[in-house]
Design a protein around this ligand. Sequence first.
Ligand SMILES: Cc1cc2nc3c(=O)[nH]c(=O)nc-3n(C[C@H](O)[C@H](O)[C@H](O)COP(=O)(O)OP(=O)(O)OC[C@H]3O[C@@H](n4cnc5c(N)ncnc54)[C@H](O)[C@@H]3O)c2cc1C
Length: 259
Amino acid sequence: MAYKTFDFSKFSSIRVGPIAEVFMIEDFDYPQNHTLIGGANNLLIGPNHPPLMKLSKKFDTIKIENNQLIIGASTPGGKVVSFCKKNNIANFEFMAHLPGTVGGMIEMNAGLKEYEIFNHLISCRFKDGVKLKKEIKHGYRFTDIDDVVFEATFEIQEGFKEENIEMFKKMRANQPSNFSAGSFFKNPQGDYAGRLIEAVGLKGHRIGDMAWSEQHSNFLINFGEGTFEEAMELVELAHLRVQKTFSISLENEVIVLNT
Ligand SMILES: Cc1cc2nc3c(=O)[nH]c(=O)nc-3n(C[C@H](O)[C@H](O)[C@H](O)COP(=O)(O)OP(=O)(O)OC[C@H]3O[C@@H](n4cnc5c(N)ncnc54)[C@H](O)[C@@H]3O)c2cc1C
């Protein structure tokens, strides 16, 4: 069994978390009691996290076969964009400013507005075989995937659009550049989590080195030395105040791994 050491205060996008041993998946033989991670761009990992596993570099692959694009699930989005640019392939430009691996993106149907990774997906390979897109329940930032995606196959359309990269960059203009895990809460039906956090007086609220961003209230940001405890204190505060003021129970979008 091959484990690799990760320092999540350096590896995760929010720069919070312990040093941990992570099981590296090399083939279909992986432990069933471990929690899967990808590039840790949508995670907040605490000191009491479950055992972790992650696809190895073996699954960082990208190729064209039978006019289809076949991508290993540990391939980072940036690499997909470079490949598509080189081969004049359309529809993957949105990944240029979306941090994560293809596996992590598929699991939550990640995207920007209506540009989602499922739009041009054909199928995914799992340990037990291949599932077509129509066999996977999916919607806005949601799928019913609960097993390891090893590889994904996409349809190919010609015409990489450089101008789309610029458009996606502009869409991000209101987001802070500090360390974060993206939007922390899902937007409740008909409202915005950021608006609610601001309305209960938490915009810019800081505890230690963690804060609800001044720039976008639904981003939990780390000024550098933030801790898991500080992060959870802010999350709890937002939950309590929004519940008390609006009777809305905010749901996490970021996955908190701590028992
Ligand atoms: C600054 C910033 C901005 C962001 N903006 C957006 C945005 O606009 N839109 C958006 O959709 N997301 C956004 N995100 C969130 C993030 O980009 C996505 O959630 C991305 O899909 C995370 O991929 P990851 O590889 O880092 O997965 P991780 O964060 O490591 O894991 C996330 C989930 O994916 C699962 N997973 C990982 N790999 C696999 C696999 N191979 N098979 C099955 N499941 C797997 C994990 O078990 C976990 O449940 C943003 C994040 C940051 C930091």
